[in-house]
Ligand binder design. Structure first.
Ligand code: ADP
Ligand code: MG
Length: 725
């Protein structure tokens, strides 16, 4: 204990017996404790009595000072856990507050306990209830006397914190108060350098902490919230800038291509002209490949904007420079699809093997875990001696046994996340140099998200569509309102089959769901749907195929091939067909339980039908309530074919946390205050600030607190980042 720092001592003393619970919740030190900021405050002027609740609409938050009358717990039927109903009174009326799974808290109540709590108005079977209660103070927690009285009749705003398991709200507030009182000056060391604080008029850390944790007025609390967004934006942009800088210091092989190489011949043979976007992206990539600083670029564009061609041309420049190119896909199905589309685009330029390679021929191979041992050995051997030019594969590409002759460039699927070790593995495979990297996305990313989440990458965006947008008419079919319309949809599928045009039927699951205990209804699986279609008179004579991720690889391959060859009329599948499959003769996309899919997924699925210029159909079938949020989402998808517009909508309608949180940062960042949409300006400003700061002080010696903040926010995320370097 004697060599504990002042901060450690303050933390230990303030936390007291709750220390273990705090640490378990990720609050490990004084910094972590003070940074556990309230997300709102209860205005002491807003107390309500129970009589007044009847007039309030559902969803309204209220603050009540009540006494417990009765407590009853029961196990929930449809979900795991306990539901406790606490009947409370304000000596005039009574009502019920319902707690889910907070046994440790509820156990401490008894009839007569006094509670200061916030809760949300809700009605259940017509009766008023208080949901999501947060108990701010409960009887017996504070020693009787003035402090207790004060706790029940606060005059200053009461901070409300994210729930820390095992620590009651009142106890947590006491811990924070004690910590603030005793915190040494070092705890207030500011991550934002003075010159930037002054530039933006931002509160210093001490003022902001006190304003958050112990505001005297609601206004003071409001003012204190400003700084955290900027602080996070600065931390984020500093990390991104450092990454860009580190990357720029790495070395890659220069791949200038040849003016008389395969790329030139391939371009000359293209039956169409590149779109202006493809042209521009191509030039950006060409220039970077030719340099010795590794390319680190994101290629994005709407479904059908021609990303594959751009990636392929970059690979050909690589091959023309005498190096190999690899495409890394997240799944075998996707790898196989990429392989097929490359082979198709290469046409006569694709050579079976090095022996048969003509002038300008390119050997392309597929490497996945499901190859036979013999095929695998052969491909690995060819790769290692340089007899394969372009390899498409899954994670198998990164394994120790995969040795490249001379790896120059890697194309990475967006969904694929490179870790530190994998980056190192790639570097090993590229002879100690860093391969040039092109990250490809399946769907567009809104500008603001690209700027933050992919902020360490340069971005090429394909804004043109090769031959105009596809003509796809989307019909939203509400089965809740019109159960029989499903028959009409199947007739349409049948009519297309009769004309030799193919259809997809996509559903969100492989296996049927368990029957609903109340209605007995179950949602069908892939095989069930295929069986129903086989028995549908409108589809008599149509060939029905089945595809999903659990089938053996060769069976999947066979099915895909038969479908591409037109031998299957209707392909019933899961989203394995989501990305990449390009069957021009497919004209109808039927999506079952469409409400189970996200906006980007639906758009991607829909993009699988129809060649530009031909009329195609997409049916979104759903049982969702016509008034539901899901229905609004489906209506939006049905209403536009513009992937960028849908991406914006998607990001707007998702909870913020999903955008900067789990999805893109790989799950462990704790950016809490920054919002991609709302804070675009702040993020942009912070980018310039971070660059200026790092220019003046590359090692951040003047702001050690910023380095600590970065470690706190981005702890452990590195391995999950999409990054090759
Ligand atoms: P994405 O991968 O961006 O969804 P693709 O690369 O699969 O799009 O391209 C969609 C279709 O458009 C493919 O059939 C491709 O051959 C074709 N295509 C690509 N570029 C052009 C172009 N410049 N002109 C005409 N067709 C093109
Ligand atoms: Mg594609």
């Amino acid at each position: 204990m004697s060599d504990a720092t002042p901060e450690e001592q303050v933390f230990a003393e303030a936390a007291g017996r709750s220390r273990k619970a705090l640490v378990t919740a990720g609050i490990r030190d004084l910094d972590g404790l003070l940074r556990h900021l309230p997300h709102r405050w209860i205005d002491p002027g807003t107390f309500t009595d129970i009589r007044g609740l009847e007039q309030l609409p559902d969803g309204e938050d209220v603050v009540l000072h009540v006494t417990v009358v009765d407590i009853s717990s029961r196990r929930m039927q449809n979900r795991k856990g306990q539901l406790t109903t606490v009947t409370v009174t304000d000596n005039d009326r009574t009502t019920d507050a319902v707690f889910f799974n907070q046994q440790w808290l509820v156990k401490s109540f008894e009839a007569g306990s006094r509670l200061l709590m916030t809760a949300r108005i809700q009605h259940y079977r017509g009766r008023l209830q208080l949901g999501n209660p947060t108990v701010l103070t409960a009887d017996g927690e504070v020693a009787k006397g003035t402090e207790a009285e004060q706790a029940f009749a606060p005059t200053a705003p009461v901070p409300v914190y994210r729930f820390v398991k095992g620590v009651k709200a009142a106890a947590f507030r006491r811990i924070i108060r004690a910590a603030l009182d005793a915190a040494p000056a070092s705890a207030y060391e500011d991550p934002i350098p003075d010159f930037l604080r002054e530039k933006h008029g931002i509160q210093d850390l001490r003022t902001a902490y006190w304003g958050m944790h112990r505001p005297r007025t609601m206004e003071e609390a409001g003012n204190a919230t400003q700084r955290w967004r900027y602080e996070e934006a600065l931390a984020l942009q500093t990390v991104l800038h450092q990454r860009r800088r580190e990357h720029a210091a790495l070395h890659a092989a220069a791949l200038p291509g040849r003016s008389d190489g395969t790329l030139a011949a391939f371009d000359a043979a293209l039956p169409f002209a590149l779109t202006p976007s493809q042209q521009q992206a191509g030039e950006e990539i060409e220039k970077e490949l030719a340099g010795a600083v590794p390319m680190n670029r994101l290629l994005q564009g709407d479904v059908g904007s021609g990303k594959t061609l751009v990636a392929l041309r970059a690979m050909l420049q690589t091959v023309d420079s005498g190096a190999q190119a690899a495409l890394l896909a997240p799944t075998e199905v996707l790898a196989a699809q990429h392989f097929r589309s490359f082979a198709q685009a290469l046409g006569d330029f694709a050579a079976e093997s090095a022996l048969l390679r003509q002038e300008n021929g390119v050997v392309i191979a597929l490497l996945t875990g499901s190859l036979s041992t013999q095929e695998r050995r052969r491909t690995l051997l060819d790769l290692s001696i340089g007899d394969v030019d372009i390899v498409v594969g899954t994670h198998a590409l990164l394994s120790d046994t995969t040795i490249f002759h001379d790896l120059g460039m890697v194309v990475v699927d967006e969904q694929h996340r490179f870790g530190v070790e994998q980056r190192e593995a790639l570097r090993q495979k590229a002879g100690g140099r860093t391969p040039h990297t092109l990250v490809m996305t399946a769907t567009p990313i809104p500008r603001t998200a690209a700027m933050t989440v992919f902020g360490d990458l340069d971005v090429s965006t394909l804004t043109h569509m090769p031959t105009g947008r596809k003509q796809i008419t989307t019909h939203l079919v509400s089965l809740a309102q019109h159960p029989h319309w499903v028959d009409r949809v199947l007739e349409v599928v049948g009519e297309h089959a009769d004309r030799g045009q193919q259809s997809f039927v996509v559903l969100p699951r492989i296996e049927a769901t368990a029957p609903d205990p109340e209605t007995g209804a179950a949602r069908p699986g892939v095989e069930d749907v295929a069986q129903i279609l086989r028995e549908t008179p409108a589809l008599a004579g149509a060939h029905i195929g089945v595809l999903h991720g659990q089938l053996p690889a060769d069976e999947k391959d066979d099915t895909m091939r038969s479908f591409a060859a037109g031998q299957i009329d209707v392909l019933v599948s899961t989203t394995v067909i989501e990305v990449g499959i390009d069957v021009p003769n497919a004209r109808v996309m039927v999506i079952l339980d469409a409400d189970r899919f996200g906006v980007a997924q639906l758009h991607q699925l829909r993009g699988r039908v129809g060649r530009a210029g031909d009329e195609s159909l997409c049916f979104l079938l759903t049982q969702a309530d016509p008034e539901s949020e899901a229905m609004e989402r489906l209506t939006t998808v049905a209403g536009t074919l513009d992937g960028f517009a849908l991406a914006e909508y998607d990001i707007r309608s998702r909870r913020e946390g999903d955008v900067l949180g789990r999805a893109q940062w790989g799950g462990r960042s704790s950016l809490r205050h920054l919002s991609v949409l709302r804070d675009e300006e702040i993020i942009r400003g912070a980018k310039a600030d971070a660059a200026q700061l790092l220019e003046q002080d590359p090692a951040l010696r003047s702001v050690p607190a910023l380095t600590r903040l970065i470690a706190l926010i981005f702890a452990d995320t590195d391995e999950d980042l999409i990054e090759a370097g």
